[in-house]
Write a protein that binds this ligand. Structure first.
Ligand code: PEP
Ligand code: MN
Length: 320
């Protein structure tokens, strides 16, 4: 079916029968060029109506451009000293953003759930001391305001990839969003989640492939690099890859990071910890500082072979 989007109304004022939210969605749809033929259910994410790739500006870092982006940090924020030390080390090795969870979605209620707002404060300290923009996960609607007031890029994790009320709220926060693929989402379902963000007024969406559930037990998830190629072809949105959750094993992260760059990803998300064996979450897949340095060294020629360059450190400017 081909749907031709045409200008129909100018918000609720132009169409008094629409509720505020419908009018908001319609207003966004009106931004699709007039007469653009869109045959995909993910109308706004599709390249059909928007052939140029979107570049999402995260505090001065252009994600989805000719410049490759690397996001690194621990699974969860632990002590203030540790997060500041990690931020300094990953920056020194060439990372462009710092990621750490303050609100953690843990499988077991007995596992560490994150420091919450105190974790956000520690992340802000690490940003102040390094200038690295901060990425952190939003778990619930009630925390949108506090997470949005700290984060430069808000992560929606795999478990919430189809939590539609949360997607609507995070879209309204106005902050760029890193949308992970749900662990059992098809590519189309993942793109429809992106569609929720776009249709609720947030054009700054970055997709993140982080592996899907499969029958395989030698890895934590099955990293689906074909999804990167599909998403790049089907949508105009930037795509980053998380080989840490995608494999669950430290010794597989570098090889799959290399492969992700070659598959056409716009960036990587890598878990790094000062002492992974003592990490409060996801230590088995976290790289040491030295391994992360090696990852950066190994991806550099592949980034260049793909006709890109690593984002230069001079673009890192948050708070410094
Ligand atoms: C995380 O990024 O630490 C995380 C919980 O990831 P995911 O949502 O991909 O499982
Ligand atoms: Mn993790």
């Amino acid at each position: 079916m081909t749907i031709t989007l045409k200008k129909q109304a100018t918000g609720s004022a132009g169409n008094p029968s629409l509720s505020g939210e419908d009018a908001e969605v319609l207003a966004v749809l009106e931004e699709v060029p007039r007469g653009a033929a869109v045959s995909k259910p993910y109308r706004l994410a599709s390249r059909e109506g928007h052939p140029r790739s979107t570049v999402v500006n995260v505090a001065g870092i252009p994600v989805g451009s000719a410049l490759f982006t690397v996001i690194a940090g621990p699974c969860c924020v632990e002590g203030e000293e540790e997060i500041v030390e990690t931020a300094r080390s990953v920056k020194q090795s060439g990372a462009h953003m710092l990621r750490g969870g303050a609100f953690k979605p843990r499988t077991s209620p007995y596992s560490f759930q994150g420091w919450g707002n105190e974790g956000l404060r520690r992340l802000a300290r690490a940003r102040e001391s390094t200038g690295l923009p901060v990425v952190t996960e939003l778990l619930s609607v009630g925390d949108v305001e506090s997470v949005a007031s700290c984060a430069d890029l808000i992560q929606i994790g795999a478990r919430n990839a189809q939590n539609t009320p949360l997607l609507c709220e995070v879209a309204r926060s106005g902050k760029p969003v890193l949308l992970k693929r749900g662990m059992s989402c098809t590519i189309e379902e993942w793109l429809m989640s992106a569609e929720y963000l776009l249709s609720h007024g947030n054009p700054n969406v970055i997709l993140c492939e982080r592996g899907i559930r499969s029958f395989e037990t030698m890895t934590r998830n099955t990293l689906d690099l074909s999804a990167v190629a599909v998403a790049k072809q089907e949508t105009h949105l930037p795509v980053v890859v998380d080989p840490s959750h995608g494999t669950g094993k430290r010794n597989l992260v570098i090889p799959m990071a290399r492969a992700a760059v070659a598959a056409g990803a716009d960036g990587l998300l890598i878990e790094v910890h000062p002492d992974p064996d003592r990490a409060l979450s996801d230590g088995a897949q976290s790289l040491t500082f030295e391994m992360f340095r090696k990852l950066m060294e190994e991806i550099t020629p592949i980034v260049e072979a793909m006709g890109r360059g690593l984002t230069p450190a001079r673009l890192i400017q948050c708070g410094v």
